[in-house]
Ligand binder design. Sequence first.
Ligand code: ADP
Ligand code: ZN
Length: 724
Amino acid sequence: MIAEVIVDIATSETDRIFDYLCDDNVIVGSRVRAPFGGKILPGFVMRLKESSFFPMERLKRVLPCEDELPALNSECLALAEALANRYRVPKALTLRLFLPTEMRTGKVRERTRNYAALLLPIEEMQFSKTAKNQRGVAEYLQAHGKTDCALLNASFPGGVAALEKKGYVTITKEQVLRNPYQEVDSVCPTRTLTEDQARAVEIINTDNRRVQLLHGVTGSGKTEIYLTLIAQSLKEGKSAIFLVPEISLTPQMLSQLRARFGKNAAILHSGLSAGERFDEWWRLRTGEAKIAIGARSAVFAPLENIGVIILDEEHDSSYSSESAPRYNTFDVADLRAKYNGCKLVLGSATPSVETYKQAKEGAFSLIRLEKRINKRPLPEVIIADMRREVRRGNNSAFSAALKEELDKCLSADKQAILFLNRRGYSQTVICKECGYVAKCEACDVSLTYHKEENCLKCHYCGLKYNMLSACPDCGGRKLTYAGTGTQRIVSELQKLYPAARILRMDNDTTSGKEGHYKILKTFAEKQADILVGTQMIAKGHDFPAVTLVGILDADMSLHFSDYRSGERTFQLLTQVAGRSGRAEEKGKVVLQTFDPENEVLGFAASYDYAGFYKNEISLREAMAFPPFSKIVRVLISGEDDKKTLEALRGVFFGLKELYDKNEEKFLFFDKMRSPIKRIQNKYRYQVLMRLNDSSLLPQIYEICAAERTRDVLISVEENPANLS
Ligand code: ADP
Ligand code: ZN
């Protein structure tokens, strides 16, 4: 037999399919070891055939790997090819997306897992008060008996290891018991769906459009709908993919999924080691587990016969990959849904403008959930005008209204979340007295401060402005471009409330494997009164005791130099506000702003998505921003400035030719240095384009792929999430 093999090195030279001799028992999709340039490299069998154009005696022979199943099923192979074509990247690169690192680098380990079991009854154990995870593990083991350590570690990080040290549990290595025909766990608790939820499920099952948008306010019970759809798939003998932003894999979510689906669920989260990831992947590949749950990479789960794909918080920017190939999770999910003939369910309280437009125009089905479960009211929003606070001499980060609400909240023994929106702010110039923001005269987006040149620049048209010394509107000299850090907020807060227990959650405090997991768990267990954080605390969490949310600087991201900043702000504010008052108590939100008349804030404060959308879509149309155009950035970066510039010239030359031939399709075309000129020792240049439609995309990818070299990275980004 002849095998067409892709050798697993991602450089353009080797992105070809090579013919090899192979044994008759080799299967398409399986791993092989291929002699290549004097080395033995891992490869994958793409196709089998009887004969080759090359003379037989010149063909080398591949060695098989002893895997029980081919690593890639036929859908994955097809998808890898489709993605390689779509993004014009080597197939070796797209194939990697479907495989856990262990599969590519090492020998696949024997499939054993660690199981923990109790050595003592729980009553004879001693725990310190703070050892919640140890207690959690012990209680779980008492109730369920011997359990897979990976499962325990996901819910109770560190617990098993600590108990083993104390001699309370024993860990044994066991061959994984495979039970591909395992029935759906019948004892799991299921809630009765509300009328709205049942209607949504009904529509998703009967509407014949592939993509279903579930637009439900925060707390409307979308999760329960997802779980119902997944359970349905399992009942029909099918599998399911459930995608969430990584941060949404909160303790509550994990335990809910585990309680509902037990071993049928394979959870791919960043807390897993490479080995554990591999094990979860393998459980999916063999069919032992039928549900893949995880962040964007879980869209590549090795499942067959998929019954439903769910993309929760579909607007979340984490669904765009930031490294090559820069795939969009929706695109991949949509391809898989098409291949499997199943539904793709998008869920959000604040759908992206692009998605909502599709739904309004009928390309996607649109299902609305307008009420919270049990008709709990959405929290009341108080807008605090920070300009007035400054005029009254209040220079602290907290308005009088927020202080009053904090007093009430803490004395009622409830919890509060304070949200600080820091991202992107430090680069924008704002007047502290009147709220003026420096904007580009041509583009109506805010300008970005460039420190090195001490000037302001528009990232859309490249216009340069002198740095301001005073506010052009009010003449005030309190111009600022440095955000207030969470750390400073915490110390101010501690002074105001010495007895309060305050937790901080931002990039600095969440390093390490389970950083944010631990903080959220501590807060959920009411071991703290106030949680101060950035973007990270906005999403998906369900803390019943939270009755107050303070948004310290609501307008910051409005000035983020990006056409999507209005949309992002609306999404963020809605999400953050949704954390308040989720249980019996009615919640409140204090929204602090220097720009209280701003339309976007108004729409967010009144939970008016429709109003927001109408306003936003007409702005986008007027400015010819996406979805009425396509922004394409080609980013060229490399450590050697000269070589990088050379590559830029090559790319620009090719694109310029395309531009000259198709000028009417371009709204904008230029090359420039990137706003951040050097990241991690790599020089960065870009060609920025705004196009009428997507028709030239394949050619753009092609031109860029042709310039790829060893030393310079060239990436094409469509409507990039940021332009830094
Ligand atoms: P969303 O994801 O739409 O923001 P959730 O799925 O978190 O909302 O649901 C909000 C709350 O309502 C959760 O505490 C959830 O447990 C509860 N809930 C959802 N569906 C039901 C139901 N059918 N009956 C009772 N409670 C429910
Ligand atoms: Zn401009």
